[in-house]
Design a protein around this ligand. Structure first.
Ligand code: GLU
Length: 377
């Protein structure tokens, strides 16, 4: 029996991962009809007020054709420098194809190229997050790919499955959809074993599930089922549900909404709670922000911390670092990720938010700690 968790019901922010094999033919030509149908699905989601971010592969597949680095003897593996050259060329065409397809449905796009540092390093994470958040606020659909042209072997995601899950985590998406060439996970390879059973719902990534991923064929692009399971692990930790669905036919998202079969990985707890747990538990606070009674009350009622309520700032910390918030009696009232480094925080302490630009010379956030980055102690 399917429940709200195993559908798009209640979705507010979706990451959609589209693999190379779906976007491009074997010879690297883009499947424009398919893409146009997907653009319609995306426009439908946007029309329902759902934020959509697309993690799109295909730069290398498209670029190797353009550069004459054809697949040759079936699937010749490119050297790193060749894939980077192919990505550099293919990404332009890929982004253009998305732009054309979505513009046809009145949807604006933006291109974001990320490396692992952008999602792992706190400051860069915060920056990437702010840009993406602003794009979403402006109704734009970001088209995201790994920045293949600069990523070295050691710092590459290498597959967009995990990149999609990282984006979902970073942006607190509630749903991550991985379009694949198979409708999910099976107990064995369905192409070889008639007894292979489809798994409709996974609540935890156990060794059994990992073993099934090993068995299940189905591989679009570089990931295969293994990286999809890794992606699911990241998504679940972030409180985001993730579905692996068959994207080969047109309108895969619409078909999912109409009940098409998929494997749903279902998290425990709401995304917000999971993230807040992460802030509350997993971090080593590196500074202390003292606030007045008014700010303490505002925090208790779920509001953000504005600079105006700050009486003192202790410690050396950078933007995005975890800090403790203490009330007038010096007792801890909250923890959170601070939007300004310690020096700037000291400069704007006690000031109204509209004075920030004058004091710092740039226009930062209104909040010292946004309520999404704040958890009561
Ligand atoms: N970033 C690669 C590309 O655009 C794809 C990685 C993957 O296949 O997951 O070609």
């Amino acid at each position: 029996m399917s429940t709200a968790h195993e559908s798009l019901e209640g979705a507010r922010r979706i990451v959609l991962k589209v693999g190379s094999a779906l976007l491009a033919e074997d010879d690297g030509r883009l499947r424009t009809d398919w893409l146009d149908a997907l653009a319609q699905d995306v426009a439908d989601l946007r029309g329902r007020g759902i934020d959509v971010m697309i993690v799109s592969s295909g730069a290398i597949a498209v670029g190797r054709r353009l550069l004459g680095l054809a697949r040759g003897p079936r699937n010749r593996v490119l050297r790193l420098d060749e894939s980077q050259a192919a990505a550099a060329t293919g990404q332009i065409q890929l982004a253009h194809a998305w732009q054309e397809a979505l513009a046809g449905h009145g949807v604006k796009i933006a291109q974001i190229l990320l490396t692992t540092d952008d999602t792992e390093d706190r400051r860069r994470h915060l920056n990437a997050r702010n840009t993406l958040a602003t794009l979403l606020r402006l109704g734009v659909v970001p088209i995201i790919n790994e920045n293949d042209t600069v990523a070295t072997e050691e710092i590459r995601f290498g597959d967009n499955d995990r990149l999609a899950a990282r984006v979902a985590q970073m942006m607190e998406a509630d749903t991550c959809l991985i379009l694949s060439d198979i409708d999910g996970l099976y107990t064995a390879d369905p192409a070889r074993d008639a007894g292979a059973a489809h798994i409709a719902r996974v609540d935890a990534i156990t060794p059994e599930i990992e073993a099934m991923a090993d068995e299940t064929a189905g591989d679009d692009g570089s990931g295969g089922m293994i990286t999809k399971i890794e992606a699911a692990r990241i998504a679940l930790q972030a409180g985001c549900r993730l579905a692996i669905l068959d994207g080969r036919d047109r309108h895969p998202v619409r078909r999912l909404q109409d009940g098409a079969r998929a494997t749903w990985f279902v998290p425990h707890g709401e995304p917000q709670t999971a993230r807040k747990r992460w802030i509350a538990g997993a971090l080593n606070p590196v500074g202390t922000v003292h606030v007045d009674a008014g700010a303490a009350r505002a925090l208790a009622s779920g509001k953000s911390l504005l600079p105006a309520g700050v009486t003192k700032v202790d410690g050396a910390f950078g933007r995005g670092d975890p800090v403790v918030v203490v009330g007038p009696d010096n007792s801890e009232i909250a923890r959170g990720l601070v939007a300004y480094g310690a020096d700037d925080a000291r400069r704007i302490a006690g000031c109204r938010s509209d004075a920030i630009e004058g004091l710092l010379g740039y226009r930062g956030r209104e909040e010292l700690i946004h309520r999404d980055d704040l958890v009561e102690s």
